[in-house]
Design a protein around this ligand. Structure first.
Ligand SMILES: C[S@@+](CC[C@H](N)C(=O)[O-])C[C@H]1O[C@@H](n2cnc3c(N)ncnc32)[C@H](O)[C@@H]1O
Length: 386
């Protein structure tokens, strides 16, 4: 139990809602895993993400971004990446756009939205030498002069603090993190059912299929709600005059998310390539992440004026964007550097592995632009080479 957390919990009377705890341990500027910039993203870090595997992901995504920027046809344009982690995707996309669409890249500014100063520092180091002009800003700063452009949210909404709720057999309760134990042995942390949910939450639970409670959900059954989504999506909407928002993340339909057999929700902790279902260990040292619920995302999006353009699983999206052709192209590549060819092949296959990254969801929302299905959710086009 770190002293800072003990102090805060004592000051709060011994318990805080799980959502407050998650906010602290991830985003506190001095103690949070992201806030203090402790987490390292990549195969040699705490966990890998698609862009951290190499430039293939950005190379496949770039034509989609270019399509959207061309449709928006205004000057200046913005490519806004939220939650950029190490800055891999921002740099790789800037390189791909500058090489393949130099006219578009020349009139597009790269904007990084990163609330955690510890992570922003590392992004600045990665983006030195970026071929497009880039700057860091908050949604609120962008809202002062909203541009036309594209907003990307790759594995960021799963880092928003979630509310954990628990069924006690009669009522839904908010889960709390509580100090526990005999003071001589040193206090420990425990998850406990707290106050009953506000009556207003019932409508949300009903929409998600959690009311009326069924006998398959015994006392102690718990899951997550996503109160951080609506304000985040409203902030993104205000930051953009017109354009799409592409969310790429772990996500499940409500019937799968809230299925009776998923009795402990989706919350997971990651550190040093290890996964754990215990969110209370070494607070501020582990990444905590919860899946998105697709219906909650779409509903919160609609409420702030986003319309759905299209959605797909990552495997399907990347195939529609030419992944098979890219794999095929590798077979014709020079075998002089066989190691590099095999590494690229491995990275491409990991991106579509249905048991891992291939099951990610791509959801494109838009405001103020034509509702045309994105390239990634159309049928794959036959390649020029057949
Ligand atoms: C899981 S990492 C993803 C990094 C990167 N997008 C990638 O795929 O490699 C989450 C990132 O989102 C940032 N983040 C957390 N909360 C955020 C928020 N409310 N708005 C924007 N970024 C946030 C974290 O600091 C971190 O940079």
């Amino acid at each position: 139990m770190p002293a800072w957390l003990l102090q805060r919990l004592e000051a709060a009377g011994g318990t805080v809602p799980f959502r407050t705890y998650m906010e602290w341990v991830l985003h506190d500027p001095d103690q949070g895993a992201y806030g203090a910039g402790r987490l390292r993203i990549g195969p040699a870090g705490d966990f890998a993400t698609a862009p951290s595997l190499g430039p293939e992901f950005a190379a496949l995504l770039a034509p989609q971004i270019a399509d959207w920027l061309a449709q928006l046809a205004g000057v200046p344009l913005a490519l806004v990446e939220t939650g950029p982690g190490e800055g891999h995707l921002a740099l790789q996309l800037a390189q791909a756009l500058a090489a393949g669409w130099p006219d578009l890249a020349a009139c597009t500014e790269l904007v990084l939205v990163e609330p955690n100063a510890g992570m922003a520092e590392r992004q600045q180091a990665t983006l030195q030498g970026c071929p497009m002009p880039c700057r860091w800003a908050s949604f609120a700063e962008l809202a002062a002069a909203p541009a036309r452009g594209v907003v990307l949210a790759h594995e960021v909404l799963d880092a928003l603090a979630v509310e954990r709720i628990e069924w006690d057999g009669a009522l839904w309760r908010q889960q709390v993190v509580a100090l526990h134990g005999d003071p001589a042995a040193g206090p420990s942390l425990r998850l406990e059912p707290g106050a009953p949910l506000e009556p207003g939450a019932a409508a949300q639970l009903e929409a998600l299929g959690l009311l009326p409670p069924t006998p398959q959900r015994p006392p102690g059954w718990c899951t997550e709600l996503h109160p951080g989504l609506a304000p985040w999506l409203a902030g993104a909407a205000a930051a953009l005059e017109a354009g799409p928002l592409l969310v790429i993340d772990y996500a499940l339909e409500a019937w799968r998310y809230y299925a009776p057999q998923r009795s402990a929700g989706t919350l997971m902790a990651y550190r040093s390539q290890e996964a754990s279902s215990d969110p209370l260990q070494e607070p501020g040292r582990w990444d905590l992440t919860a899946h998105l619920c697709l219906e909650s995302l779409l509903e919160a999006g609609r409420a702030s004026g986003w319309q759905l353009l299209g959605q797909a699983r990552q495997g399907e999206a990347l195939l529609a964007l030419g992944l098979a052709e890219r794999l095929h192209g590798l077979q014709r590549g020079s075998t002089a550097d066989l190691g590099a060819l095999l590494a690229r092949r491995e990275a491409l296959l990991r991106l579509v592995d249905p048991h891992a990254l291939g099951d990610f969801r791509w959801v494109a929302l838009a405001r103020g632009m034509a509702e045309e299905a994105p390239r990634f959710s159309r049928e794959p086009q036959p390649s020029a080479t057949g």
